[in-house]
Design a protein around this ligand. Sequence first.
Ligand SMILES: Nc1ncnc2c1ncn2[C@@H]1O[C@H](COP(=O)(O)OP(=O)(O)OP(=O)(O)O)[C@@H](O)[C@H]1O
Ligand SMILES: [Mg+2]
Length: 256
Amino acid sequence: MLEARNVSKYFGAVTALRDVDLQLWPGEVLGVVGDNGAGKSTLMKVLSGLYPPSKGSLHFDGNEVQFHSPRDARDLGIEMVYQDLALAGNMNIAENIYLGREPKRKVLGGLISLFDHKKGLQMAKDHLDNLKIQVKSVEQKVEELSGGQRQAVAIARSIAFQARVVIMDEPTAALAIKEVGKVLDMIVGLKDRGISVVIISHRMDDIFYVCDRVMALYHGANFSESHLKDTSRSEVIGWIMGTKENVRELAHDRVK
Ligand SMILES: Nc1ncnc2c1ncn2[C@@H]1O[C@H](COP(=O)(O)OP(=O)(O)OP(=O)(O)O)[C@@H](O)[C@H]1O
Ligand SMILES: [Mg+2]
């Protein structure tokens, strides 16, 4: 469905990605792991059109593609939920879901008038109901929502327009434990709708709950990958630390 071949990304003298390959199959949930600075977010930003690769190529549905902006990726159905969410706190839920994507809209004024209309609110409400996301009202401002509700709205936004691939950068990192499960179940729900998902996470619980396959980056390069059924948490934690040995203990496990 989506492939990166030999992708490198340089920021001046910094090599963030070196000859990285990634394949995402239809209907698959792929986990991407790696230490801080391993290049995970950079790779996702290349896949979603925010950064052009310095070298290498991207392929969608078997055809080479070039993205000049996230808009180009989105036109193919590739959506990204950013690490910092990128929702507009002072706008309501419905406005955030459709923000910047009302096809006939040319200026912001047009968007506002759309949501003066009952229909826009009803569409947003139906979309959230469909995804079993509970909010008091779609007219509630996003800044009033909990972290988990915000993440749910961000995911709802990503699939409001025929997404085929959703890329999520640490969707559970900032959430309280009880909200994590809801977000993970939403990800499973995307897979059930045939949407392919790439999820970056530092949490093994996330990876082992939602993913079909996991790949590890280390210092900007491919390190290892496996189907989930053929690996273990301790092996994946080892990859993050740059070893192919199973890691039995983590530092915090040793704290008495
Ligand atoms: N816009 C940028 N300009 C310069 N360097 C950058 C930029 N974005 C990322 N980098 C560098 O590229 C490397 C990879 O960063 P990236 O954000 O992709 O890591 P990450 O794997 O997502 O880490 P984390 O787990 O901490 O989010 C780092 O060395 C980082 O400093
Ligand atoms: Mg990151």
